[in-house]
Design a protein around this ligand. Structure first.
Ligand SMILES: *[C@@H]1O[C@H](CO)[C@@H](O)[C@H](O)[C@H]1NC(C)=O
Ligand SMILES: *[C@@H]1O[C@H](CO)[C@@H](O)[C@H](O)[C@H]1NC(C)=O
Ligand SMILES: *[C@@H]1O[C@H](CO)[C@@H](O)[C@H](O)[C@H]1NC(C)=O
Length: 368
């Protein structure tokens, strides 16, 4: 009797373990940008519950918010974190203290796998800032190395798609001439450290600027005639893949075929100013849900069919404090109260409100 109940307990535990594995492998392999330029976002522990309910296993932050990193301790979620202070990261001792303060205390419990140094740095046309980018990335990389973390954490930066001067046809992709002096050595760094080249790509911007010339179905991954690159004969049925391949071509033009391109941001706003054509909840829903289907199918782009697209959707929440046109505050999959802005088949929900102050969040979640 005792033995058989022991046996059944064992079987039950085994079952739990196996179903756990199943749940993890079922997780959709896409990431979400968790931006926090808002004054009304839910508590960190509620966000952690939401992310778990979505089965999302990768998050990108624009900083290294210790509240978030703590709220996700012992979770299955991988993090890309960010640092913007290029001037300090150039300095080896400052870079080392930054890693000691922002990475080392968390990395044993929270999977930090990548650090982005700067976001869209080249778009400012600030020669000092642009010149600091690679030395700052090297500073962070060397600091990780001296702390024994270089194998676990890669170092990169996220670029705007505007660093390309030419993007169509995709095989003609080329970087802006004035940026090549910075990008060429950056590519050597990526190849040497095996880190990905990240690009923020928004077919929405192209559509909004040329709604009469660009087909909405082409940018929304809907059935459409597509376009064929006359130099490669590769056929494109959506703009995002054409943009990714244009980046591959621009990198190749500088002599590299050894660097992977990933999408650090893409998305579609559910609302915009009157002149922001196409910013509607319907289009946002179609863009994001069709994108998720492509990710589920592990599709590669026409030029890299065997490399599944690697995507971070922008963004988790609408962020009410972002400057700029109305669209900037309306990229979220969720309103800050946890209601989905539209239904993309992710049955996310926010759990019951737990009354807690932000300063108590990390303790609360670490114990739970
Ligand atoms: C930076 O320079 C590029 C190319 O000359 C230009 O298209 C872009 O508008 C400039 N950006 C800013 C913020 O001045
Ligand atoms: C997450 O995975 C679980 C277990 O496989 C599944 O029941 C649930 O529907 C998934 N949730 C979403 C939002 O896909
Ligand atoms: C934080 O938690 C502690 C212990 O649970 C509690 O005594 C304290 O009042 C809380 N602080 C705030 C600001 O809620």
């Amino acid at each position: 009797m005792a033995f058989s109940s022991f046996f059944f307990t064992l079987l039950f535990l085994l079952f739990l373990t196996v179903s756990d594995l199943f749940v993890h492998t079922r997780g959709l392999n896409f990431g979400i940008n968790y931006g926090q330029k808002a004054n009304n976002l839910p508590s960190y522990s509620r966000v952690a519950s939401l992310i778990k309910s979505l089965n999302v296993t990768r998050i990108k932050l624009y900083d290294a918010d210790p509240n978030v990193l703590s709220a996700f301790s012992n979770s299955n979620v991988e993090f890309i974190i960010g640092v913007d202070d290029l001037q300090s990261m150039k300095d080896p001792s400052k870079a080392q203290s930054w890693i000691q303060d922002n990475v080392q205390p968390y990395i044993s419990q929270t999977k930090i796998t990548c650090i982005t140094v700067g976001n869209e740095v080249f778009t400012y046309n600030d020669t000092q800032l642009s010149a600091n980018l690679l030395p700052a990335m090297q500073g962070v990389y060397n600091a990780l190395g001296s702390l024994g973390l270089a194998q676990q954490v890669t170092v990169t930066t996220a670029h705007s798609f505007n660093i390309l001067a030419t993007s169509f046809p995709p095989s003609s992709g080329a970087f802006r001439q004035d940026l090549i002096q910075y990008i060429q050595p950056l590519l050597a760094f990526h190849a040497q450290t095996k880190s990905p080249f990240l690009i923020n790509a928004y077919p929405f911007f192209s559509y909004k600027d040329n709604p009469d010339q660009i087909s909405l179905s082409y940018v929304l991954f809907q059935p459409n005639p597509g376009s064929t690159d006359p130099y490669t004969n590769l056929h494109y049925d959506n703009m995002l893949y054409a943009q990714i391949d244009a980046v591959y071509a621009a990198i190749k033009a500088l002599g590299h075929t050894d660097i992977e391109v990933r999408i650090s941001e893409t998305g579609w706003p559910s609302k915009g100013d009157p002149d922001e054509v196409g910013a509607t909840p319907e289009n946002a829903e179609i863009y994001n849900s069709n994108l998720l289907k492509r990710i589920e199918q592990k599709q590669g782009t026409p030029a890299r069919p065997s490399v599944p697209i690697d995507i971070f959707v922008f963004a988790l929440f609408n962020e009410d404090m972002k400057p700029g046109p109305v669209s900037e505050r309306n990229y979220g999959l969720y309103y800050p109260n946890g209601t989905p802005v539209y239904n993309i088949g992710l049955q996310g929900y926010l759990p019951e409100l737990v009354i807690e102050s932000k300063s108590n969040v990390s303790r609360h979640t670490r114990n739970s």
